[in-house]
Design a protein around this ligand. Structure first.
Ligand SMILES: Cc1ncc(COP(=O)(O)O)c(C=O)c1O
Length: 426
């Protein structure tokens, strides 16, 4: 899109075109910020809740599965699609694109640089870039856990078939967070090249002790990658401080961006270690087929390629603004208070086995459990009959249920799901 088209259209939109989404208008980051600053928690969360189109008939406890976009994000998406359909134009506005990265970098920590971020389609894409882009060869070993998402498992298995890497597995320690560092350390040997695990697992919402694992990896000269699909906004952290080499996330879950948005972070100094896997327009500063020369961008932009759906990413920037207007710590405190009440309540339901870590410090806003008396599909169906949306978990062969508590929820949602489970338990 040409910059002048953008300015003309944006002016028109700002000039009063308010899109009717269920007759409601989106709150601006300033309005959200004012509600957050006013200090009335209940009032803030009602304003926030009103920003979602989520079906009021249902209790939505599945942001870990797929998030919902708040109205400012949806409006931005619609507006930008209109702008783009008016004057289709390949390429994107660098200033706007980089502005999204700048705001995202601020969300990810005080010293995160936009140059270290690539805007991509989601964690699956990022995971595959990391697994395939590192110079691994036959016999090189990768350590991962048994609780990983299919995205990590498939990418590793594919590299195993293709190049003969060796995958070493550890069972997550649910009793002790630091116990996981010990389990990883036991698998390290002279052939270990990479540790690739979730930051927060999709199976039980377990947070691994990222800094300690990063220290271990650094001391042994091993790359450390985190699949952060479930982490940003679910848990507070600083991406640079945590010492990770490579990090990827889908921003259509807890970050509340449009579907098929995400990012890849590559620690400063590692760009030439991680070879991009898909290249095209936008990946390189210069390419010359006659001279047989390819000069990649000296930033993480080298992992971006081809025509982009920029409307998605401009709207993702709005999601970042929405989160920052409230504050990650505050969202975390809200989600955790409900998750903890749920975790505690599960203790009193006959037949329930709690699967999230025993130490509170390693629990997130997602809680996992199963019922010894009922298959997880029965539990899932039962909750659905009560119009409660959760997710069944087959990862790690857990056959369990995962419940996400987030800024759209109220304490009464915790009571509702506990009551429903009590009914099932008899
Ligand atoms: C831990 C984890 N990794 C990777 C993914 C894949 O994300 P996507 O399908 O958005 O690429 C998910 C999705 O649920 C996930 O939970």
């Amino acid at each position: 899109m040409k910059r002048k088209d953008f300015i003309a259209w944006n002016a028109a939109l700002l000039g009063g075109l308010v899109l009717p989404l269920k007759g409601r208008t989106a709150a601006s980051p300033e309005e959200i910020g004012q509600a957050a600053a006013a200090g009335n928690e209940d009032a803030l969360w009602e304003v926030v809740r009103d920003q979602f189109l989520l079906d009021p008939e249902w209790t939505f406890l599945n942001f870990g599965g797929l998030g919902a976009c708040p109205l400012p994000v949806l409006n931005s998406l619609i507006e930008w699609n209109q702008v783009e359909e008016r004057a289709p134009s390949a390429g994107h506005d660098e200033k706007l694109w980089n502005g999204v990265k700048e705001r995202l970098a601020k969300l990810l920590g005080k010293s995160c640089r936009m140059e270290d971020l690539a805007l991509i389609g989601g964690a699956t894409e990022g995971v595959n870039t990391i697994v395939n882009g590192l110079p691994l060869k036959k016999g090189d070993e990768v350590i991962t856990s048994t609780h990983e998402h299919v995205a990590v498992n498939s990418a590793l298995l594919n590299r195993r078939y293709k190049d003969g890497i060796v995958i070493r597995l550890f069972e997550p320690d649910m009793a002790s967070g630091p116990g996981n560092v010990g389990r990883i350390a036991k698998l390290i040997n002279g052939r270990t090249r990479l540790i690739f695990i979730s930051h927060v697992t999709c199976s039980t919402g377990q947070r691994f002790p990222e800094k300690e694992i990063a220290d271990l990896a650094r001391a042994r000269g091993i790359w450390f990658a985190l699949d952060g699909a479930q982490a940003p906004v679910n848990v507070p952290f600083d991406i640079v401080d945590c010492g990770v080499d490579f990090y990827t996330c889908s921003t259509h879950k807890w970050v509340m961006g449009p579907k098929r948005t995400g990012f890849l972070y590559v620690r400063q100094g590692l760009l030439d270690t991680l070879r991009p896997q898909i290249l095209g327009g936008g990946s390189s500063e210069r390419q010359d087929i006659w001279k047989q020369e390819l000069i990649l961008y000296p930033t993480a932009q080298r992992y971006e390629y081809g025509t982009q759906n920029d409307a998605l990413f401009y709207a993702m920037g709005k999601a970042v603004d929405f989160v920052r207007a409230i504050g990650v710590e505050r969202i975390w405190a809200r989600g955790r208070s409900m998750a903890e009440r749920f975790y505690e309540g599960l203790k009193y339901i006959p037949g329930v086995e709690r699967l999230s870590p025993e130490e509170e410090a390693y629990r997130s806003c997602m809680i996992g459990f199963r019922m010894k008396t009922h298959d997880y599909t029965v539990v899932n169906d039962h909750l659905a009959k009560d119009k409660i949306r959760v997710r069944g978990v087959t990862e790690g062969k857990l056959n369990s249920i995962r419940v996400s508590f987030f800024l759209n929820n109220r304490m009464e949602d915790v009571t509702k799901i506990l009551e429903s489970l009590k009914k099932l338990a008899g």
